[in-house]
Write a protein that binds this ligand. Structure first.
Ligand code: ADP
Length: 730
């Protein structure tokens, strides 16, 4: 609605301005409904004005140009598209149809680009910058072929430069991203390939220096645009702050066992999705390598494109296995799925160690072999948890003299509890690794076992974990899971980088799953509505005056649920409601079911995994409980804060790093915390929260707003990872 009214206003202003020029009476009276006519008229007018009197009317032109672009937005672009297509098609049908058709549906900016391109073909002399744009597009089209030959990939390298150049025209770059997103819907191979090639081309065309040059070139280009009518939208963009891409560019291969939305069992899945996406925005060329589990939803399986296959020797007796590569490109990130039906047919990514150990030995080696097969040499290979921990070991042994052998490795510990420990002989057989890696400083533990995570920690160039406090904690016997001494030994290359959350998924202002969207400005009124919607949905007493405590968690021993079980009856006071969402150990599932029965209308236990319900709980709850025994980072407290909930957490790992305890004297902090793992302290923290809620709502509300305002995005965390990559590859 506001957009329309602004448009109307602008249209009126345009009319006045154009009237004053007199030449353009027709434009002023033209109905904005007639899209094609308008466009033509405005363009003609602009040209006339330009040629007639540049000096005095430049500003007016600028305005009218703005309006024209708006008029285009309103105008049904179908006709224009048709025109554009007709002109561009001769070059390369498929690519164009996508590049232009979709953006046209979405944004005027893209159209603005498209049109000059069409005109440029006709009048290059007029519009120099436009000519450049034309080059960019021309490159984009032949991209299809680039995969086949590196020689052709060079234009792709230019493409990336062209993007950098285009930065001054900030939105042009955005427009491209949108193009990709829009094109996603169609999800055709043609769309995916260019991205894949881009990444390849970039590896070859690493020289960051060239890009820098490209930027210098940009400025003159921008100046030229000032003199042209067609490029006026570019002038507007010049006023916006130009976001410089951090330099130098780095290529990174992520290797891990799960990734949202394909397959996710916990925080690792979120990180594998959100971090590469943010890194791609920060000038990293990212590939994510995942197992192609049969449980990946059909809608994604159908979009994967076959990239190739080969046989790979795996076991110590030379037994070999098929490795297929299926590719899917999304949001600037290339996802390569390792395909093998022997290992990945099970409905669940993890089953039991007897199956999982061979599965992830195979996966770690196949991921590296696939990189070589695809001829893609990353600067960094970033692997995650024990399932991918053998990657640094393989890279430093069997892959040392292969093209990817020069890559540096980063191993991130998302949860030290899981290490991939099994009989040494079995792991030796399945990996085919040389005997010398099975020594006590690398893979061997307790003489007869091998520990895959320990091997990775030994061979990785850098180790990270997901919060600073956890990085310190795991070097102590209490949290070290028997690897504390090993981690202390390698502490020089260990650091903590706290996770973020993906604002595209977790944003109460835009979250399509919520009954009522809200933001910092209206959280105090709108969140109540979400609370009522949640109460209705779950069969709780509908009353927005109740204090609603949420708990969204895997139901395991790690999460402090025995503490919750001990004190839950003491929380029931007629003014408090408890909503639990989770699956896991039977003992917790059963006890929470019991409490739901015992306290009907006040406790609701959702023993299930349900993303939508999780969103409803974050939006409807007043407080979120995370009383973990240990917590490497924890995402639920971050999501909770972003949704205006007050976290009640134990001071451990990432919980300690992200939730500042509320101080009633200074009225500052983000939540309520307790330190020792004791149920009495948890109860005390919850009671302090309740007291503030019921007796000092003003301070509570302030904390809600403070939490929503806190930056828990991936941006700064991704920057720290990027810095690490650059440090490692200087
Ligand atoms: P962990 O990785 O240890 O399981 P995190 O707090 O890092 O814990 O991440 C948990 C993620 O999984 C969050 O995104 C949370 O919303 C989600 N989650 C956990 N349990 C459920 C569930 N039962 N249904 C839906 N989402 C869940």
């Amino acid at each position: 609605m506001p957009a329309k009214s602004t448009r109307k206003k602008k249209t009126r202003t345009v009319r006045k301005a154009v009237k004053s020029v007199k030449n353009d009476t027709k434009v002023a009276t033209a109905s904005p409904v007639k899209a094609a006519d308008d466009t033509k008229t405005t363009l003609k007018t602009a040209t006339e004005v330009k040629t007639a009197e540049k000096k005095t009317e430049t500003k007016i032109e600028a305005k009218s140009a703005e309006k024209k672009s708006e008029a285009k937005v309103e105008a049904k672009p179908a006709e224009k598209k048709a025109e554009t297509k007709v002109e561009v098609k001769p070059a390369e049908k498929k690519a164009e149809t996508k590049v232009e058709a979709k953006p046209a549906a979405k944004k005027a900016e893209t159209k603005v680009e498209a049109k000059p391109a069409a005109k440029k073909a006709e009048t290059k002399v007029e519009a120099k910058p436009a000519a450049k744009k034309a080059e960019t597009k021309v490159e984009a089209k032949p991209a299809e072929k680039k995969t086949e030959t590196k020689v052709e990939a060079k234009p792709a390298a230019k493409k990336s430069e062209a993007k950098v150049e285009a930065k001054p025209a900030a939105k042009k770059a955005e427009a491209k991203v949108e193009v990709k997103q829009a094109a996603k819907k169609a999800e055709t191979k043609v769309e995916e390939k260019p991205a894949a090639k881009k990444s390849e081309a970039k590896v070859e065309a690493k020289p960051a220096a060239k890009k820098a040059e490209a930027k210098v070139e940009v400025k003159p280009a921008a100046k030229k645009s000032e003199t042209k009518v067609e490029t006026k939208p570019v002038e507007e963009k010049k006023e916006e702050p130009v976001r410089e891409l951090p330099q130098p560019r780095r290529s990174v291969a992520f290797i891990g066992s799960e990734c949202y939305p394909f397959v996710k069992t916990g925080g690792l899945g979120d990180v594998m999705y959100a971090l590469p996406k943010e890194l791609a925005k920060q000038n990293c060329d990212v590939k994510v390598i995942l197992p192609r589990y049969a449980c990946i939803p059909e809608k994604y399986q159908n979009k994967m494109v076959y990239r190739g296959s080969f046989d790979m020797n795996l076991c110590s007796d030379g037994r070999s296995f098929y490795v297929g590569i299926m590719e899917y490109v999304w949001d600037g990130v290339v996802y390569d799925f390792i395909d093998n039906q022997e290992f990945f047919t099970n409905g669940n990514p993890y089953t039991n160690l007897i199956d999982d150990i061979p599965k992830f030995c195979y996966f770690s080696k196949a991921a590296l072999a696939a990189l070589n097969y695809m001829d893609w040499e990353p600067d960094i290979i970033h692997c995650h948890d024990w399932q991918a921990a053998l990657v640094p070991v393989y890279l430093d042994t069997m892959f040392k003299d292969t093209p990817i052998g020069r890559a540096k490795t980063v191993l991130t510990i998302h949860n030290l509890r899981f290490q991939g420990v099994y009989d040494k002989k079995m792991i030796s057989y399945w990996t085919g690794l040389p005997d010398y890696v099975f020594n006590k400083d690398a893979l061997t533990v307790k003489w007869l076992d091998a520990n895959m995570l320990k091997g990775g920690l030994t061979y990785a160039d850098a180790i990270t974990t997901v919060s600073g406090t956890y990085a310190w904690e795991i070097q102590t016997p209490e949290y070290g899971e028997d690897l504390d001494a090993h981690l202390r030994y390698h502490s020089g290359k260990l650091r903590g980088i706290v996770n973020g959350i993906d604002y595209d998924i977790w944003n109460p202002a835009t979250d399509p799953r919520l009954a009522n969207n809200y933001d910092l400005g209206n959280v105090l009124t709108e969140k109540r509505k979400n609370k009522k919607a949640l109460q209705e949905e779950l069969g709780l007493e509908v009353d927005d005056g109740k204090f609603v405590i949420g708990l969204v968690s895997r139901l395991t021993n790690q999460k402090g649920l025995d503490l919750v079980n001990e004190i839950l009856p003491q929380l029931i006071d007629g003014n408090t409601q408890i909503v639990i969402l989770g699956t896991g150990d039977a003992q917790y599932e059963d006890s929470f079911r019991y409490y739901e029965n015992a306290y009907k209308g006040q406790v609701c236990s959702n023993i299930m995994y349900d993303e939508t319900r999780a969103h409803h709980i974050y939006a409807g709850a007043d407080a979120l409980l995370v009383p973990s025994r240990f917590e490497p980072c924890g995402l639920t407290q971050l999501i909770a804060m972003h949704y205006g909930d007050i976290p009640i957490v134990r001071e451990t790992g990432g919980l300690k790093d992200t939730v500042e305890p509320y101080n009633e004297f200074t009225n500052w902090g983000n939540g309520f915390t307790f330190d020792r793992y004791e149920s009495g302290l948890l109860l005390d923290a919850i009671n302090r929260a309740k007291t503030l809620y019921f007796t000092n709502r003003w301070c509570w509300d302030e904390m809600v707003q403070r939490n929503m305002d806190k930056d828990v995005s991936w941006e700064s965390s991704a920057r720290q990872y990027r810095d690490l990559y650059v440090d490692l590859t200087r």
